[in-house]
Design a binder for this molecule. Structure first.
Ligand SMILES: Cc1cc2nc3c(=O)[nH]c(=O)nc-3n(C[C@H](O)[C@H](O)[C@H](O)COP(=O)(O)OP(=O)(O)OC[C@H]3O[C@@H](n4cnc5c(N)ncnc54)[C@H](O)[C@@H]3O)c2cc1C
Length: 551
């Protein structure tokens, strides 16, 4: 268990330094494997783990104190690290150590959660739905495995004053019977009870977001450690995982020496903005849940069903991550101010000549800053259909995807060969930023999706930059795709679905599948400029790189 954290601020900008020192204290076997309380028949026991969730009190200090009096006291380990991520939940020890604060309030609403096998005459109990009663509050129904159903039930409100964060629900006064009775009032005239209770809790949630997501871009916070909100829309875990997904590849590319440290600031500008938007949405969603439904269209003070449904759908978009649209920055080439489109952090390109702006009007179905939608394409070499996302695995590589149109037409073929010459030139992004001697696709993968009839061309008709040669493995057959009909799985029609023009375009996709740039096939210089804004020129041969650096 960590007991201290220090950052040597004098070396934070030194790429080779290990500015973080964390001391770990060993716990006893008993402390490390606490007894799990099984569910009791009356539901009074709850399942817990070593460090309980944000529903339990913070017992970090108790565990640390206990470890001092056992046989392994003073058994410590010291870790020196370049970077550290505190994904240690709402009571985050890391957050406390680095002195970052959460801003916001506790909500007024107390919610009960029951995981039960329901006995009910409510016909939609196996549907994910929300029941909004006339004046007894709301229930959210989430069908689960083994006939279980999770019910989120609004219980009551506290008398909390605005800004008074000390007021917490007294959960000791709440029991499963009280929660069930609330559910029965909301569901009436339908009836509900249970004999099997798997788990229950009651909570009053804080809607809070961190004032900053990192210290000196060396120690980062992710997940509940930097944002908490109500679990009703099922977003906490999704948004938390997306934090780490956003941060992981950025730290990896800096540690490997591919990208400059400046890209790390985009973590806060992108993810803190999402957390702020989510909390604003959560405020609205909680109000809709707790408010009185409108009696009819003239009832201006009631909540309209349309408004409720729209918020429900927006919540689903948050949960899946497909509504996320990152703002302009060094790694998202679009119009506008990075401060306004993010959380206020300046993440624009440091050198003005490297500022690149996409031609967003080129492809109607691709939005710069959002994930590229996935449609099926065929491998040129073997006609096997692939979903586009399957050929963009999250392995830290950037993708430069060239939609070349019908390459049987002279104009498109000429453009493609010119583009490949530019990509292969000694001063191209491929040659400047891929370590000498590393795999040619170790940092960037250059992919081609054309729409000439598949059987009218072969892999070998295309420039070598799309089928790099390896002395042992031969030609690479996995980088050229075609928008054509498959033998057994229909037609992905990706050109039409993404609005790709017949004269083609270049799309740069980040390692996390968000679109960085869209431009015409002629704009190869813009691709070089884009990467010059944050990548590091590689002069050291791959073999001579520091230990542990792999491409
Ligand atoms: C009742 C309820 C229902 C929810 N339902 C949903 C849902 O349906 N969908 C959804 O997306 N989200 C849901 N959430 C939210 C979701 O659970 C959280 O947002 C998510 O778990 C946050 O993940 P995390 O990794 O940031 O933190 P946590 O899941 O809290 O994980 C933190 C981890 O850090 C460990 N830890 C803490 N301190 C230390 C330490 N000092 N040293 C070492 N380890 C430490 C803990 O043991 C824990 O394993 C729900 C939350 C609640 C309370």
């Amino acid at each position: 268990m960590p007991s201290s954290l220090k950052i040597d601020e004098s070396v934070v900008e030194d790429d080779a330094a290990y500015p973080i020192t964390v001391t770990l204290r060993h716990l006893t076997e008993e402390e490390a494997t606490p007894k799990q309380s099984s569910t009791s028949a009356n539901g009074q026991g709850t399942q817990d783990g070593l460090f309980r969730s944000n529903l339990a009190k913070d017992d970090t200090q108790d565990l640390l104190d206990a470890s001092k009096i056992n046989a392994r006291a003073n058994s410590e380990e010291v870790i020196h690290a370049k970077y550290m991520i505190g994904a240690d939940g709402a009571h985050s020890w890391t957050r406390n150590q680095i002195g970052l604060k959460l801003e916001g309030d506790s909500t007024d609403y107390i919610w009960g959660v029951l995981d039960i096998v329901p006995i009910t005459d409510f016909p939609d109990i196996r549907m994910r739905c929300a029941i909004h009663s006339a004046d007894c509050g709301s229930i959210m129904v989430i069908p689960r495995e083994n006939k279980l159903v999770r019910l989120y039930i609004q219980l009551t409100t506290t008398n909390q004053k605005a800004g008074d964060n000390s007021s917490r629900a007294d959960r000791s006064k709440i029991n499963p019977q009280m929660i069930l009775e609330s559910a029965q009032r909301i569901l009436a005239p339908y009836k509900i009870t249970y004999r099997k209770l798997d788990w229950w809790t009651a909570y009053q949630i804080g809607q809070r977001v961190g004032t900053s997501f990192s210290v000196l871009e060396r120690v980062f916070l992710a997940g509940d450690a930097v944002h908490t909100h109500s679990p009703k829309a099922g977003q906490g875990m999704n948004v938390s995982m997306q934090d780490s997904f956003n941060l992981g590849w950025k730290i990896a590319s800096v540690v490997k020496g591919h990208a400059r440290r400046s890209i790390l600031k985009t973590y806060q500008s992108e993810r803190r903005r999402i957390a702020q938007d989510l909390i604003a949405f959560d405020h609205k969603f909680s109000r809709l849940f707790s408010g009185r439904p409108a009696k009819d269209v003239m009832d201006a003070e009631g909540i309209s069903m349309e408004e409720f449904k729209a918020a429900f759908e927006k919540g689903n978009m948050f949960a899946s991550g497909i509504a996320v649209n990152y703002g302009a920055s060094a790694i998202v080439a679009k119009e506008g101010s990075s401060e306004e489109q993010g959380d206020g952090t300046d993440v624009s390109v440091a050198i003005a000549k490297h500022r690149v702006i996409s031609d967003q009007s080129l492809c109607g179905g691709i939005t710069v800053g959002m994930r590229i939608p996935s449609h099926k394409v065929l491998s040129q070499a073997d006609a096997r259909p692939w979903h586009l996302h399957e050929v963009l695995p999250s392995n830290g590589r950037w993708r430069v995807v060239v939609f070349a149109g019908n390459t049987n037409e002279n104009q498109q073929r000429d453009k493609l060969w010119k583009l490949s010459e530019a990509f292969s030139a000694p001063d191209s992004f491929l040659n400047l930023y891929t370590p000498k001697g590393a795999r040619s696709d170790g940092v960037f993968e250059v992919l081609l999706i054309h729409n000439a009839p598949r059987q009218s061309v072969t892999v070998l008709d295309f420039p070598e930059v799309f089928r790099p040669f390896d002395e042992i493995d031969g030609w690479d057959y996995n980088k050229i795709f075609v928008d054509d009909v498959s033998y057994h799985e229909g037609f992905g029609n990706i050109y039409e679905a993404l609005g790709i023009p017949q004269n083609g375009c270049i799309v740069i996709i980040r390692p996390d599948q968000y679109v960085s740039y869209v431009g015409s096939m002629e704009k190869t210089a813009a691709v070089n400029s884009f990467f010059a804004g944050f990548m590091k020129e590689q002069h050291v041969p791959y073999e001579a790189q520091p230990n542990g650096t792999q491409v």
